[in-house]
Design a protein around this ligand. Structure first.
Ligand code: SF4
Ligand code: SF4
Length: 186
């Protein structure tokens, strides 16, 4: 695949901001592509992780936030564990997702999914899939999408009708509270 580098929308690109948020030294990347070859979703995306790293390095700006990997990434951290330079590539993906939301570059679907996921964890202490699916469907209006998979998921125990009771809600609430206070103090 031909790598096209578009001119960034900001003079400095995203590199310094991502390094500041993650503590990662992106210049250490020497494009061995081990992160991409192990990526769980590498075959499904246009820009695998090594390409994202290269584009960041070359000064890509906000246009990078439209890359499909940012919201396809499964946060499996395989890329980070495979990197011979110890670069936390998964943390870079996290930071790009946050920037994407902050700069309102996210398309509706990932934005709704992200909000449904976080609200679910905040409320129940861990994900409550049924609640998440409901919030997601109301947020996107895609009521009938994947509805055929519902009976099989129920049968295989992938969806439960009630939220789990084993979560440490207090700790999770404290994490969200600390995060909110940190953001307010910035
Ligand atoms: S594995 Fe590490 S060094 Fe290799 S391309 Fe990916 S980020 Fe760069
Ligand atoms: S964390 Fe994301 S980018 Fe890294 S290997 Fe997993 S899916 Fe790919």
């Amino acid at each position: 695949m031909t790598l096209q580098i578009k001119k960034g929308t900001s003079k400095k690109g995203l590199l310094a901001e991502i390094e500041k948020r993650t503590g990662v030294n992106l210049s250490a990347c020497f494009q061995c592509k081990k992160c991409s070859s192990g990526c769980a979703v590498g075959d499904l995306v246009e820009s695998p992780p090594s390409e994202i790293m290269r584009r960041l390095h070359l000064g890509a700006g906000d246009e990078l936030l439209e890359s499909d990997l940012i919201w396809t990434c499964a946060s499996c951290e395989t890329c980070s564990s495979r990197c011979p330079m110890g670069i936390d590539v998964a943390a870079v993906m996290d930071a790009l997702r946050v920037l994407c939301l902050e700069r309102s570059k996210a398309k509706v679907t990932p934005k709704v999914f992200n909000r449904a996921f976080l609200n679910s964890v905040k409320r129940h202490g861990r994900t409550y899939e049924m609640g998440m699916v409901t919030a997601y469907k109301f947020g996107t209006g895609a009521f009938m999408g994947d509805v055929d998979k519902f009976p099989m998921m129920l049968k295989k125990g992938k969806l439960s009708l009630l939220p789990s009771s084993g979560a440490d809600k207090k700790t999770v609430k404290r994490i969200f509270k600390n995060l909110r206070q940190k953001k307010e103090g910035e």
